[in-house]
Design a protein around this ligand. Sequence first.
Ligand SMILES: *[C@@H]1O[C@H](CO)[C@@H](O)[C@H](O)[C@H]1NC(C)=O
Ligand SMILES: *[C@@H]1O[C@H](CO)[C@@H](O)[C@H](O)[C@H]1NC(C)=O
Ligand SMILES: *[C@@H]1O[C@H](CO)[C@@H](O)[C@H](O)[C@H]1NC(C)=O
Ligand SMILES: *[C@@H]1O[C@H](CO)[C@@H](O)[C@H](O)[C@H]1NC(C)=O
Length: 455
Amino acid sequence: MAWTWLIFFFSSLVVSATASHCSIQGLPLVRNISEIPQDNYGRQGLSHITVAGSVLHGMKEVEVWLQTFSPGSHTPIHRHSCEEVFVVLKGSGNLYLASSSHLKYPGTPQEYSIFANSTFHIPVNDAHQVWNTNEHEDLQMLVIISRPPVKVTPTSTSTHTITAANGVRLGIIRKPTSPNLPVFREAPAYRNADSCNVTHKIHITMTLDANYIRGTMPVVLSILQHSTCPENMEFHFLWSRYELDVFSSIKSTFPYLSFNVYLFDSNRVRGKISKSIRQALDQPLNYARIYLADIIPADVKRVIYLDSDLVLVDDIEKLWEVDLEDKVLAAPEYCNANFTKYFTGMFWADKKLAKTFNGRKPCYFNTGVMVVDVEKWREGGYRDKGVNHRWNQHGLGGDNIEGKCRSLHPEPISLIHWSGKGKPWLRLDSRKPCTVDHLWAPYDLYLSSIHSLEE
Ligand SMILES: *[C@@H]1O[C@H](CO)[C@@H](O)[C@H](O)[C@H]1NC(C)=O
Ligand SMILES: *[C@@H]1O[C@H](CO)[C@@H](O)[C@H](O)[C@H]1NC(C)=O
Ligand SMILES: *[C@@H]1O[C@H](CO)[C@@H](O)[C@H](O)[C@H]1NC(C)=O
Ligand SMILES: *[C@@H]1O[C@H](CO)[C@@H](O)[C@H](O)[C@H]1NC(C)=O
């Protein structure tokens, strides 16, 4: 979603052209900070003092703020086209910084601890957020900003307009089509069981975007809940655009989760996607899984790729341990499908394409659940192996056109997959759930569609 939010600082004061150059706009040279007015601009937990500002005081080169955040409060995720230096005077917390310049994986927000007497600077235009994570103490910082007045672009989803008493009007202009990000409950911390006797990491890859985040959360929760070694899980999320609020949502729902986010360049698949029978399948991010071997770090040798419309009901370690023999990937394979319905009339009308299946017994594998030897994949030579169908009780979303209700197959189950058009959260929200959707519901951490970020 290209949500564009802009905060503008408007001035109702006219900056006097004749201001003395000894003091700014006739202000005393020395002032008592305790006597400078403070405001919270409608943000709970914030106390903001403009020590020296462009709008209030006519500063042209720098602007200085003193900000205090009460426990648990935070800035919105935002960026601006000026340099910014923070000096932490009191308290402690976290800085999230998504650098577009110098990190190994551009776009991945990094977490930094900040503490009293620490200082940090934000490179121009890097998205960032500061949280007071200390439950007992205020976080107080001096903020120095170059080139005022600053134009702030939040990546968050809140909207408000405030007219502050000091004459600074703070307005946010929002594209009317921006959907709100859902709010999720915080998941419990899952710890390794005493019986966990493996030390290796289990790498799980999924795609991540605001549209499907409702489905992403239950996948993560169900993996952690049924795993003997939840602390060994490492998630690698692929996203096609930079959505720091989505990142923030994962972070606040699973505060203990070990994960990274990687940017997938949609240009890699542009022009290569043929029209399918379901529009949702045409999204570039759907094809990111083909490139995951190049995207995730080179020291990861094996990954499990999972769709966002499923839940695990068994220990994922068992799937991880699948014997790939000398193959590159293992996926559930199906050989009894009626392919007529899988392709559009246009496909069958094309003689060359239509004869693809002549004289063959066609099978397909579901790419929504794959165990991939990424090292072999990088080397080339792609051969696949079937995994037991218990790892993909699929098709519960119904067919690709109507999304009708389907029921479970009478076989053992380790993973339930709502592949197809119907998604359990949509059917539950519209109060027309299928019976199988009640199996998904316990993993839904969804609270409401009111956005989680600052109001
Ligand atoms: C600064 O202002 C505060 C609050 O009004 C006051 O208590 C304090 O005495 C002042 N300090 C000085 C040095 O004037
Ligand atoms: C901050 O640093 C100064 C100078 O080194 C020191 O005097 C002061 O005690 C420090 N404060 C904290 C909270 O560490
Ligand atoms: C780990 O535990 C499982 C059962 O929890 C057991 O079957 C397996 O043999 C154990 N492996 C090692 C190396 O101890
Ligand atoms: C496959 O599906 C098509 C269209 O629904 C139907 O006409 C055809 O008979 C089916 N073929 C088999 C082998 O079931």
